[in-house]
Ligand binder design. Structure first.
Ligand code: DGY
Length: 433
């Protein structure tokens, strides 16, 4: 295991660019929001200064309204599309004057990442000092979400683009694409020069992705207009779980810091409302799991994905709901021929074990599920998630995503997407402790 840990540290150090990390070379040459958070957790075990800097740089990109973008374009390169000239964050009067970025966000992991840094730190006093210097930016980011992304005042925030979900081309979105008919865009893909096209979203899917951005740009990234007009408007259980877990973490940290009664009160208010409505709106009794809700078309998107189990991480389900999640997970995703945990329901006809978020196993979701299962005392299954994660990385390398079918590992081609991928390395380091 020491060897594997050393290799993981090497991956992280190679992807470190003096102040932030790239998810991997070539394919993702900038700083990504939730990648940075997971990377900081890995670094905090071996180099706390880099962990802190990673978070500090991310938070430095915050807009005047509290928003934090999903990509921060620190460098110029034509190896990625769509880059800053397509996204045009400068159209928003609120955007950062310091960095070019996208005008969309990603799952808000920063609150619980700070809490993890404190858990892992060997010098809690110094780490708490660092946290004290940045925590208000995270609070401001949560305030942005609740003030701008919750039109019905449910404590559940929406995402307006599939790239905000993090689960970019999940089959869940297919039903939304069916409601749209975007123009055919003329552009040159760059991702498919780095990675086999069969492992990436299709050209037609990209047309949808670009079209939603164009609508937002036409209105200078105004949240109000986006809520009115975006054809994609979804309450996502994974995204909201990340926000809820981050709220809980901010409460813990503000208590440790002291003198923040008003913020703690406000965070608790957001939290209570969010958990109540999360359970009444997103838990699908018939399927026995959490599902996404399509706010634009006012209907639940009734599919089972690894996101469906993620609320375990923030202790959102009650005991019975948790038992139901675990039983669905083991029945559909967890038989002896499968590595846990496929990103999409392996029994669905939309399942594709090689294509990005349409089926492969992802290490960050496994990490979330590992801690989520432990929260409820499902230690055996949690340990299986951990064992499976270590095994696929040992067999395939530090890939971006992995085949969930064990028999495929006899043939070799099982690690997909980018190689030497930062969060696969970072979260493995955490799981190996
Ligand atoms: C990509 O380029 O596929 C990224 O995931 C967008 O965030």
């Amino acid at each position: 295991m020491k060897d594997l840990q050393n290799k993981a540290i090497e991956v992280l150090n190679n992807n470190w660019k003096n102040g932030f990390s790239v998810p991997c070379a070539n394919l993702y040459p900038f700083q990504w929001f939730w990648d940075s958070g997971f990377i900081a957790i890995g670094f905090s075990h071996v180099d706390m200064a880099k962990a802190e800097k990673e978070v500090e740089t991310l938070l430095d990109s915050q807009w005047d309204n509290g928003f934090i973008p999903h990509i921060i374009f620190h460098t110029e390169t034509d190896s990625y599309f769509p880059g800053p000239d397509f996204h045009r964050s400068d159209l928003s009067p609120q955007s950062s004057k310091k960095y070019k970025s996208t005008g969309m966000t990603q799952p808000p992991v920063t609150g619980f990442v700070l809490r993890e840094l404190f858990r892992i730190s060997k010098d809690k006093i110094e780490t708490l000092k660092f946290i004290g210097g940045v925590i208000d930016k995270v609070y401001f980011n949560h305030e942005y979400f609740y003030n701008n992304r919750d039109p019905k005042n449910e404590g559940l925030v929406y995402i307006y683009h599939n790239w905000e979900s993090g689960t970019d081309n999940s089959p869940i979105w297919d039903d939304i694409w069916a409601t749209m008919n975007p123009p055919e865009y003329n552009f040159e893909r760059r991702d498919t020069t780095h990675v086999d096209a069969s492992q990436r979203p299709s050209k037609r899917e990209y047309d949808h992705y670009l079209h939603i951005i164009d609508i937002a740009k036409e209105h200078n990234y105004s949240d109000k207009k986006i809520a009115e007009l975006s054809p994609f408007l979804v309450q996502d259980p994974l995204f909201n779980t990340m926000l809820i877990k981050s709220n809980q973490s901010l409460i813990d940290l503000y208590k440790l810091i002291g003198n923040n009664e008003d913020k703690i009160k406000q965070l608790q208010k957001w939290l209570d409302k969010a958990i109540k409505n999360f359970n009444s709106k997103l838990f699908d009794k018939e399927l026995g799991v959490y599902v996404h809700y399509d706010l634009r078309n006012e209907k639940p998107l009734r599919f089972i994905s690894s996101s469906s189990f993620s609320p375990l991480f923030a202790e959102i389900p009650n005991k019975e709901q948790a038992a139901s999640l675990v039983s669905v997970m083991m029945e559909k995703f967890g038989n002896d021929n499968q590595y846990l945990c496929a990103s999409f329901d392996p029994t669905s006809e939309r399942f594709n074990p090689k294509k990005y978020w349409r089926g492969p196993v992802w290490v960050n979701l496994n990490w979330i599920l590992y801690y989520g299962l432990k929260n409820y005392g499902y230690n055996d299954i949690a340990n299986r998630v951990k064992k499976d994660t270590i095994e696929i990385i040992e067999k395939a390398g530090f890939y971006e995503y992995f085949d969930s079918r064990k028999e495929e590992y006899k043939n070799g081609n099982i690690g997909y997407g980018g190689n030497n991928f930062s969060w696969s390395a970072a979260l493995l380091i955490d799981m190996l402790q």
